[in-house]
Write a protein of this length. Structure first.
Length: 498
């Protein structure tokens, strides 16, 4: 640093260093600590590209790669600490390089790039890994739910609308519905991954560079599917992060709905589920309590992830073109949302793997609150040829009479008497065969219904879809691993020439 000047790598134009208050306000090392490995990988690929294009000499490349490899080893050993006074991960890695390789070699790495395209690249590289982990977590949960759905394809339980008993369904049907929703979550995450996995490196500050670079070469070494072509778009766009958080928010919404049913259905009033002790907690004062806290915390985490999405949207909504320092604040909400989602997926998978479905209690409740009434009306349409509206009115009046008498549809003799009095003679055995919940679910004929055979068919289709999705996830993971291996192979090749 010249007397009275700045010691920052960008400080040549400045006559004074940053005030400590400003430094603390503007540094981003905590958020950037998520991207150290990505910054080193990106720097190695950039250096290889500069040499490939004849922009830096072989001896300079060797020194750059040698010290970047040392930085990677230090990071993997837990010894590389980001220094706050260096502001961000990029300046930390470059300073480590310059201190080791010297300014003559180390000072050449930043040729033809800016922190603007560098941070956008690191961000996308780290986020794509988070998205792959989320997709793997969703796949694991789908598998657990589908196993349970197949096992309980014939076990009846109440279905609800407006939180009121509606019609008998099967537990397999209920669980397959949640698995189907999670399949769409995987599709959204996969689409977000595709748009995240595009390379902005080479956009430089905003206008590209006058050096003859090869952006496709760098993108391939970093495992990207393509290049964000327009340099201005490359450094300023964060819609990929918004899309990722939107997909995570929808996923967390679905996990929260499933968690809400765990909380409700495990309560004594329902008693249809029992959460394993490993995923429940007790009370500090009430010794009998067993609280489904994993489900409750899932609801809370879902709110937090959606809040992070709103934070990011509001951050971006009024930014002018180009890079703006506001974008330094884009990563904390994304990292927190990703980590909350991954933690929630992990605990949800564990909770459902150990869940007990109390099928006897489910069966007891399946026909409660006149849930089989709709099928009685449908039977009258099919067997007596009556208009559905007439049947609806007749069965509704039947229910009203039974309620007034304190009876249910299980009073088969009384139901038969009332129906006979109203011009539709029936026997008690006929009534029993119609309103029994197991008969009701078996009576369903439509595509996607709760009929056990249809449930098994849907589960089989969902399993096939899961196999395909897992193959796609594995291919994406392998592509990134191969790209990293190729970068390291080239690095070792250069270093082996010494």
């Amino acid at each position: 640093m010249t007397e009275g000047g700045s010691d920052k790598l960008w400080g040549g134009r400045f006559s004074a260093d940053v005030d400590d208050v400003m430094l603390r306000f503007s540094e981003s090392t905590q958020a950037d600590s998520h991207m150290v490995a990505e910054d080193i990988w990106g720097s190695e690929a950039h250096a290889l590209m500069l040499h490939e294009c004849g922009i830096i000499a072989t001896e300079h490349l060797r020194e750059i790669l040698r010290w970047l490899e040392k930085a990677r080893e230090e990071f993997e050993a837990g010894r590389l600490r980001l220094r706050v006074e260096l502001e961000d991960v990029h300046m930390n890695v470059e300073s480590y390089l310059r201190e080791g390789a010297g300014p003559e070699a180390g000072g050449r790495l930043h040729t033809a790039r800016s922190r603007n395209d560098q941070v956008a690249t690191d961000f996308r590289m780290r986020l794509r890994r988070y998205l792959l982990e989320a997709r793997e977590g969703v796949a694991a949960l789908r598998e657990v739910l589908l196993d349970l759905a197949e096992r309980h394809a014939e076990d009846t339980m109440p279905g609800f609308t407006h939180t009121q008993h509606a019609q008998p369904i099967t537990a397999g049907f209920w669980l397959a519905a949640h698995a189907a929703g999670l399949e769409r979550d995987e599709q959204r995450l996969a689409q977000a991954y595709l748009r995240t996995n595009q390379c902005p490196l080479g956009g430089a500050a905003l206008a590209g560079t006058s050096f003859p670079t090869d952006r496709e070469f760098t993108a391939e070494l970093l495992g990207f599917d393509g290049v964000v072509t327009n340099a201005l778009d490359a450094v300023q766009s964060r819609d990929f992060a918004v899309e990722a958080l939107a997909a995570l928010s929808m996923l967390m919404g679905n996990l929260s709905r499933l968690a809400e049913e765990v909380v409700v259905f495990s309560s004594p009033a329902f008693g249809m589920l029992e959460v394993d002790d490993a995923f429940a907690t007790g009370s500090s004062i009430m010794p009998q309590k067993k609280n489904p806290c994993a489900g409750e915390l899932t609801r809370a985490r879902a709110s937090a992830v959606t809040g992070r999405l709103m934070e990011l949207i509001m951050l971006l909504k009024a930014l002018p073109s180009g890079y703006n320092r506001d974008l330094q604040q884009d990563k904390p909400p994304v990292w927190q949302a990703c980590e909350d989602t991954l933690a929630t997926l992990q605990v949800t998978v564990g909770m459902w793997r150990t869940m007990t479905l109390k099928t006897h209690r489910m069966a007891e409740l399946a026909g409660a609150e006149f849930a089989s009434a709709t099928e009685l009306a449908n039977w009258l349409v099919r067997e007596r040829g009556m208009p559905f509206r007439d049947c609806h009115e007749l069965v509704g009046a039947l229910v009203g009479t039974l309620v007034a008498e304190g009876r249910t549809l299980d009073d088969h003799e009384r139901v038969a008497d009332i129906m006979s009095e109203r011009g539709q003679p029936m026997t008690a055995d006929e009534v029993a065969g119609i309103v029994d919940p197991a008969a009701v679910v078996r009576a369903q004929k439509s595509l996607g219904s709760t009929n056990p055979d249809e449930v098994r068919r849907m589960v089989e289709q969902l399993r096939c879809d899961l196999i395909v999705d897992r193959e796609d996830i594995a291919a994406d993971v392998r592509r990134l691993d191969l790209a990293h291996e190729e970068t390291l192979r080239r690095v070792r090749e250069v270093l082996g020439q010494q």
